[in-house]
Structures are given as C-alpha cells and as structure tokens.
Design a binder for this molecule. Structure first.
Ligand SMILES: [Zn+2]
Length: 448
C-alpha cells in the first residue's frame, strides 16, 4: 500500500528517481546505485561522520566495491561534537566533489543529507542518501536549512536522486532520533487541518496527489510508538515511509504546505531564539515540532468545541481591525527583523472588511461539510500526548526548556510569522483567537 504510494510519488517527483526502504538494504547499495546514480568515469564519494560511518558507511563502501563501483576516499567528519549544518562544511564537501569529479553519497541523517544536498545542488549534480535514522522528513525534500554567519536559512537545492533506508540501521539509531521523527510526522495531523481550512476559503487548494502522499500513511505510521521505542525494525517501515512520503509530497507540490502548518512555526520561532542550541546534540527539529503539534492540537480541540456556523457575520465584520491596528499588534508581539517579516507576511493574508465578509461567510456556509473533514483529520490532544510519550518524544513545554508562559506567547507570533493561512488566522478573523489561547492554558488543559 505505502510502497504503491511511493511509486505514485516518484512518478510525479521532480528530482527523486529511486526510493528503497527495507531490511538488508545496505548490502544492496552498490547494486542499486550502479543503475540509479553512477556515471561512467565518475567515482562515488561517501560522506559520513564517525558515528554514521560505523552504523552504515563501512557497509555501504563494501557494497559499492562488491558492485564494482569506483570510489574516492570517503570524507568522514568527526562524531563529536555533533556535526552542524554550517555552510563551511558544505564548502568542504563541494571542494572534494570538484577535486575528484565524484558524485556524493551521504550516509547519515538530516545534517549530513542537507550538507551533501546543498553541495551537490551547487554543482548541479545528482546525489544519493543512505538514511541512518528516522529523525525528520527532510531526506526526500528539496532545500537545505543551513547556517551561515550565525543565521539559519533554507537554501534552495534539489532533492536527492536516490534515497535508501535500511530498517535495521534505523532501528539501531539513537532513540532520541526516532522520537524526533515521530514528532515531525505527528505534525502532519494539525498541518493537514490547516490545509483543509486554507483550501476551504480558496487560498491554497488541496493538491489531491500531495495530500494522499503525505496523509495516506500517517495514522498507520504513528500507530506503533511502543514498538518504535523498543527498536522493533519492522515497526520502522511505516515511520520511515511516512517521512519519505512527506518529502515526496513537497517535491510534487513544489512547496512545504503539504507537510507543515502553524505547528512548524512554533518550532521555527524557538529555533530563531536558539532554544536548546547549546546542547550536544542540539535540541532536534522533531522535539520542537512535537510541542508545537500538541499546542496546535489542543488549540484545534477548543476551536472544534465551538459552533462556527452560529457566528454573527455582521458583528465579526464590524469588529475587524484596520491594517494599521493589525500592524501595531504585530509590532507589539514581534521585535527587530522578525517584526518586519511578520508585517510583510501578515499583509499578504490580510483582507479588508469586504474580503473578510466573503471569507467568513464561505466558512460559515461550508461548515456542515467542513466540520466532519476536520474531525476526521484531527485527534484528541491527550491521545496524541500519550502516543508521543510512548515514542519517547517530549510532551510538555519544560521537556524542551520552555515555560508555559513562553509557549503561550508563541501563539500570536506563530500567527504573524508567515503568510500561510492556518486555524490561527481563522480564529483571529472571527474574533476567537485570544479566548481559545486562554482556554488551552486554563485549568484542566493539557499542561495545566
Ligand atoms: Zn518538519
């Protein structure tokens, strides 16, 4: 079923040609790359760190040799401190690829993949990744988050041509990594609900293929958190495929909408604040996303407890603030360059009173069919919290070094941070936003 989904995704993906997930994939790497990546007269360059070299790199090198593929000396970064996605490392890899005329084979997780992805992209040449941990959904996506001069930005570059994943390697990876991947996949639940709402008002129409790719296997992939935490290799198939399908969906859609909604903005904002950046390894993407996901799932629960069809559209339109008032509010919630970004991004989704009337009326009229779709998409926050805990993923703000007040303060920031329309915007537009945020943090809530 899921393999069929991967085949469907590959037919429409812009960059990725081959995805293989299974047991004993490492020993088949040479055979697979011989037909999917290797080019006459060009060697392959394995890029790993000391840990991923032991976990998979050595076996990949042996498999390449057995398949008669030429390799140049592997580039192995130190295992400690944990390799960081810094542009200087990308330059090192790019130089080595140029000197040797080689094609890159990343052996590792998010950081190593991103470094080889960007280096290969800058040289306009394909590369392969052999994933070593089910830690996030970026393996099969385009673009590479990279820090340069102290700022982290996502640099554009194509996705890998070939993605290989050995389930025994994934199951043997540090537990924190699978816990992180589980958090990143759980995000597809509120992210999907955000897309449904944006589709409903005609802003971001749902692309059926991208939707099926990313949402088709999520429930199944999240269904065995205990087995994942216990390192059961077979349980990893759903999670790994779910994460890879999410990346493929982004390739098909040529954007991140299928895989992320407001929950990811919580994570991005904390990342900009360098939350957990001094830890080794640094606080992972999936851990931050997990808390953003729970926050948004709890917010959705409060939203769904009300009857949107019963709102007074005239009263909502009469109470709609002018752009100047919105801008003043943005500047009271965000500071520095982030305030400028917030103003720019929010301006894109702001409408005047007439536009608001159309938007709200559309939601009110569509609510009888919209509501059941959202109910199907969402799940109770406490259930999700239990599943995240079983996978070893953080479930409380303090687990990632945040206070409740800091988490609460992130809600308006996440609303203003990007032009992407989410449930945070819906509730701001109908005047519920502040009340719903208060309800999430009222006694008897998920964390109170
Ligand atoms: Zn993510």
């Amino acid at each position: 079923m899921t393999n069929q989904a991967i085949a469907d995704g590959l037919r429409h993906a812009s960059d990725t040609r081959v995805i293989e997930v299974g047991r004993a994939i490492l020993s088949r790497t040479g055979e697979i790359l011989a037909r999917s990546l290797a080019q006459p007269g060009r060697p392959l360059l394995i890029v790993a760190d000391e840990r991923t070299w032991v976990a998979a790199g050595e076996a990949v090198a042996a498999s390449l040799q057995a398949a008669g593929l030429t390799q140049t000396e592997p580039l192995v970064f130190p295992g400690t401190p944990t390799l960081y996605a810094a542009y200087e490392h990308c330059e090192t890899i790019r130089e080595r690829l140029m000197e040797t005329n080689a094609l890159g084979v990343a052996v590792g997780a998010g950081t190593l993949n991103d470094l080889v992805k960007l280096a290969s992209g800058e040289l306009d040449q394909p590369y392969a990744v052999v994933g070593t941990a089910a830690s996030m959904d970026g393996y099969s996506g385009f673009g590479a988050p990279m820090s340069q001069g102290g700022v982290k930005i996502t640099m554009p570059c194509p996705a890998p041509a070939v993605v290989l994943f050995d389930l025994d390697v994934a199951a043997a990876a540090p537990k924190a990594m699978v816990a992180s991947g589980y958090g990143d996949l759980a995000a597809k639940i509120p992210a999907g609900a955000d897309w449904i709402l944006s589709d409903a008002i005609g802003l971001d129409p749902i692309d059926p293929l991208a939707w099926d790719l990313v949402q088709g296997g999520v429930a199944e992939a999240l269904s065995r958190p205990d087995a994942l935490a216990a390192g059961d290799a077979d349980a990893y198939e759903g999670l790994v495929e779910g994460l890879l399908l999410s990346g493929l969906a982004m390739q098909v859609y040529k954007g991140t909408r299928p895989a992320s909604g407001a929950e990811h903005y919580f994570s991005h904002l904390w990342e900009l604040d360098h939350l957990g950046a001094d830890l080794d390894p640094p606080l992972s993407h999936g851990y931050k996303v997990a808390i953003g996901t729970l926050a948004m799932t709890a917010f959705y629960e409060r939203f769904m407890a009300r009857d949107l069809a019963a709102i007074d559209v005239d009263a909502v339109v009469a109470a709609w603030p002018t752009w100047d008032a919105v801008e003043a509010d943005i500047r009271s919630k965000l500071t520095g360059p982030l305030a400028e970004k917030g103003v720019r991004e929010t301006r894109e989704k702001y409408v005047d009173a007439a536009g608001l009337r159309t938007r709200v009326q559309t939601l009110v009229d569509g609510w009888p069919s919209l509501r059941p779709r959202l109910v199907d998409q969402l799940m109770p926050a406490r259930d999700l919290q239990r599943m995240l805990a079983a996978a070893g993923t953080p479930t409380r703000p303090e687990d990632i070094g945040l206070t409740l007040a800091e988490l609460k303060d992130t809600f308006p920031k996440a609303m203003y941070y990007r032009s992407r329309y989410t449930v945070l915007d819906v509730t701001r537009e109908i005047g519920w936003f502040d009340e719903l945020v208060d309800e999430v943090f009222a006694p008897g809530g998920l964390w109170t």
